[in-house]
Design a protein around this ligand. Structure first.
Ligand code: ACO
Length: 335
């Protein structure tokens, strides 16, 4: 079986409850029907009952009968969730009036369902920009204990496994932190190694990327990557990591041997950590488009409960796969 088939079949064993905040969106409803039909997860749809039922009937999506539907606009438990949100955010200046209004926003309600343990994870983003999905997640669900920063990884599955041992690599951060500090970059490296091990099943060899290899260039941006590499080693002394390395030195054995002689990672990296969001986001999209690699993610790492963000250009299958990944993360497979 391939990685995605493994992930989908693992999810079926755990039957986690995933909330789909964009519960009236067409691709989301078609995906929910497949997820419920295959038993990948239990589903909560947030949205208007009538709109959902009409789409279900028109499109013969019989498995949607098994979904729980909650309408954020007409929610009998609105007061309860508003009280929860107010308690969580009052120290940050939120008023009860603001909480009352925000619980009608499905992206906030979804995070409150997770906080109240009614759902194990969330997938959204087919209709909303990344920032709108992430902000309520950061404010309500927050990070795992001991994790300072949430980041977004992509599993890259290549058609030609030239530079990887089994055709897969993990790239991060491609989704969240525009300009991480050295400490944040170190956290991203540690989290991404965990994702590579837990979800992809590879033994991570992490390259901290830069435009310099082992001092070939001098710049404060290079210093940041050097410092992040040593901080990551302090955070996890067992981590196989090296930097700073240029991309070719990280993945091409002959280049690695000449630019970083003696490195155990150079030329053999399977986890690439980018120095900024610009670099990571641009790199994964170029690799995906030019090489035809499949890019699965972003998988958000470091959140106290799994919440994953779709691209607005996602397909029905992308949603099914991300729900399966989220269910796996919820089952504790992600550490
Ligand atoms: N990890 C954990 N918590 C975070 C993080 C993070 N990376 N970033 C912000 N937070 C927390 C803050 O600590 C704060 O918590 P608090 O209110 O309890 O104190 C809360 O989130 C809000 O923080 P702000 O600094 O106000 O964050 P803001 O809302 O301005 O932005 C965001 C956060 C939305 C993630 C922003 O960094 C962003 O827009 N990033 C880029 C996202 C993006 O557009 N990615 C590219 C597209 S994705 C793709 O192509 C796959």
């Amino acid at each position: 079986m391939g990685l995605i088939e493994d992930i989908r079949s693992n999810a079926c064993k755990h039957k986690k409850t995933i909330v789909l905040a964009e519960g009236t969106e067409e691709r989301t409803l078609r995906a929910a029907d497949i997820i419920l039909g295959e038993g990948i997860a239990k589903i909560i749809l947030l949205g208007n009952h009538d709109v959902i039922l009409k789409f279900q009937q028109e499109n013969n999506l019989s498995n949607l009968d098994k979904a729980i539907i909650i309408d954020p606009q007409n929610n009998p438990r609105k007061e309860f969730y508003a009280g929860m949100l107010f308690d969580i955010r009052k120290s940050k200046g939120m008023t009860i009036e603001q909480a009352n209004s925000l619980v009608e926003d499905p992206l906030y309600l979804a995070t409150l369902l997770i906080k109240n343990k009614e759902a194990d994870g969330e997938v959204a983003g087919a209709m909303n920009a990344t920032g709108n999905v992430l902000r309520p997640a950061f404010q309500v669900v927050k990070t795992l204990p001991g994790v300072s920063v949430v980041s977004g990884a992509f599993i890259m599955i290549f058609q030609k496994p030239d530079y990887t041992d089994n055709g897969m690599m993990v790239f991060a951060d491609c989704a969240v932190n525009p300009n991480p500090t050295d400490a944040e970059l170190a956290q991203i490296a540690v989290s991404t190694a965990k994702t590579a091990k837990a979800i992809v099943g590879i033994e991570p060899r992490v390259a901290m990327l830069s435009f310099s290899s082992k001092g070939s260039a001098k710049h404060e941006m290079v210093d940041k990557v050097v410092s992040a590499t040593s901080l990551a080693k302090e955070m996890d002394p067992t981590l196989q990591i090296d930097g700073e390395l240029q991309a070719d030195a990280a993945i091409v054995e002959s280049v690695g041997a000449s630019k970083a002689p003696g490195s155990k990672i150079a030329g053999r990296a399977n986890v690439l950590v980018f120095p900024s969001l610009e670099a990571g986001n641009i790199a994964y999209k170029l690799v995906q488009r030019y090489s035809g690699a499949e890019a699965i993610g972003p998988i958000l790492q470091g959140m106290a409960a799994p919440i994953n963000d779709l691209s607005r250009g996602c397909s029905v299958n992308d949603i099914v796969n991300l729900v399966a990944i989220t269910a796996n993360q919820a089952a504790g497979i992600n550490g």
